[in-house]
Design a binder for this molecule. Structure first.
Ligand code: NIG
Ligand code: FE
Length: 416
């Protein structure tokens, strides 16, 4: 099956020699082709270039799509979400407005524990149906790949239930999906005062079960003040490594907790949040294979300090950004909003922001060899925009959906 997209006003983020991630100054460079075509064959990108260079042979296709002056961009890769959950938490949102902190809400059994109770009670079918609906929203906003974490189960059975839901999503959705076991997201009430025993259970039961049943691609730990210590994280990530599962960790959201250095020591694929990042943390990340991933939606929603992204990029680091879509700290799957926040709140240039939510976030979920840019041989996940004057308009016009048509694996995909 050959499909050609013609009359693209600008084809954005093309690569002739694909690289795994964009670092430091590279983040500000974004190659584009004006008045372009894009050729797709059997779900993969086969060729692209200026309309003027399109020869008759290439032009012959099973399907011809006229972009009508819209732009084409590679789909967003949303490398950090908690998309499988039950219910919503707007009551805590009001508690926060009244002055309670995220940690205070967590301490009295709200927050993650609140979602855990609901997920434990929910059926697999209901969790699947709700998550499928959210995936539909994501597609409509332009995402083509998503990492989804467990973490609202907190018992072996409920965590496996969440991972089985993610497996069903993988099988039935056109999105590229990666599953992460986040057994250590919080400490259940019944383990309060004996947190070490909960960690023992994650090491002894959860990680081996998820690995043996082939349910997880990665293992995550919420390594932060008030949650899991560096020593506990070490134990869990050592166990994950024994099963060949790479780490992606929540770190330095609430304090300079040593989580970033811990991530680097374990060669984690990414470490995420990073509001508390100083010179020592940047130093630790330089030269590592760990992608610092910032979650602007959570910092916005919790009204927290911002990670020092400008400083990180200027120091030579690559930075990725993701939605963190979850019911407690970022209930939105809209990656276009993340793009706007990247520019407004973190002073990223539009080019840097686009690289952060495409190529670098693809790296942060282990798929940058097949997704994240427009390059020959990569999977044809992209969207056509409504007519817009420039790619800078994407972060600029925040709140409006600029996506017109979506193609995943080379096929036009509809959503609800
Ligand atoms: O990434 N920081 C920890 N975990 C989630 C929040 C989950 C929740 O509050 O339900 C996050 O923001
Ligand atoms: Fe998270």
């Amino acid at each position: 099956m050959r499909t050609i997209i013609k009359n693209i006003a600008e084809l954005v983020n093309v690569e002739h020699r694909p690289k795994p991630r964009a670092m430091g100054k590279e983040m500000a460079s974004l190659e584009t082709v004006k008045d372009a075509y894009l050729l797709v064959e059997d779900g993969k990108i086969a060729a692209f270039g200026p309309m003027g260079g399109l020869d008759e042979e290439d032009g012959r296709c099973d399907l011809e799509v006229d972009a009508r002056g819209g732009m084409v961009l590679p789909s967003f890769c949303d490398s950090h979400t908690h998309l499988v959950y039950a219910g919503s938490r707007e009551i805590e949102y009001c508690d926060k407005i009244r002055g309670l902190s995220y940690e205070e809400i967590a301490r009295r059994g709200g927050g993650i524990l609140n979602s855990a109770k609901r997920v434990q009670e929910a059926s697999e079918d209901d969790l699947y149906r709700d998550a499928m609906r959210r995936l539909g929203q994501m597609i409509g906003f332009g995402s083509g790949a998503v990492e989804i974490k467990s973490g609202y189960g907190m018992t072996v059975e409920a965590e496996m239930k969440m991972l089985r839901v993610i497996r069903r999503l993988k099988e039935s959705s056109p999105l590229t999906i990666k599953a992460t076991l986040l057994g250590a997201h919080g400490v259940p009430m019944e383990y309060r005062g004996r947190q070490g025993e909960y960690v023992d259970m994650v090491v002894r039961d959860m990680i081996p079960r998820a690995a043996q049943e082939g349910l997880a691609d990665f293992v995550d730990v919420f390594c932060d003040e008030g949650f899991f210590t560096v020593e506990e994280t070490d134990r869990m990530l050592d166990a994950a490594a024994k099963y060949g599962l790479r780490a992606k960790i929540h770190a330095n959201e609430l304090a300079c907790s040593g989580g970033i250095q811990c991530a680097v020591r374990h060669n984690a694929l990414s470490c995420d949040h990073l509001e508390f990042t100083g010179d020592a943390e940047i130093e630790a990340l330089l030269g590592s294979e760990t992608m610092p991933t910032v979650l602007p939606g959570a910092a916005f929603f919790l009204n927290m300090r911002h990670a020092p992204v400008r400083k990180m990029i200027d120091a030579g680091l690559g930075v990725a950004m993701a939605s963190d879509c979850n019911p407690g700290s970022s209930p939105s799957p809209n990656m276009q909003l993340i793009l706007s926040m990247a520019c407004i709140n973190y002073r990223m240039l539009p080019e840097e922001a686009i690289n952060a939510v495409t190529l670098n976030s693809a790296y942060a979920m282990g798929v940058s060899n097949t997704l994240g840019t427009i390059a020959v041989g990569k999977t044809a996940n992209f969207y056509i925009t409504k007519p817009i004057p420039s790619y800078e308009y994407l972060p600029y016009a925040y709140g409006e959906n600029k996506v017109s048509r979506v193609f995943l694996n080379g096929r036009e995909t509809t959503w609800q």
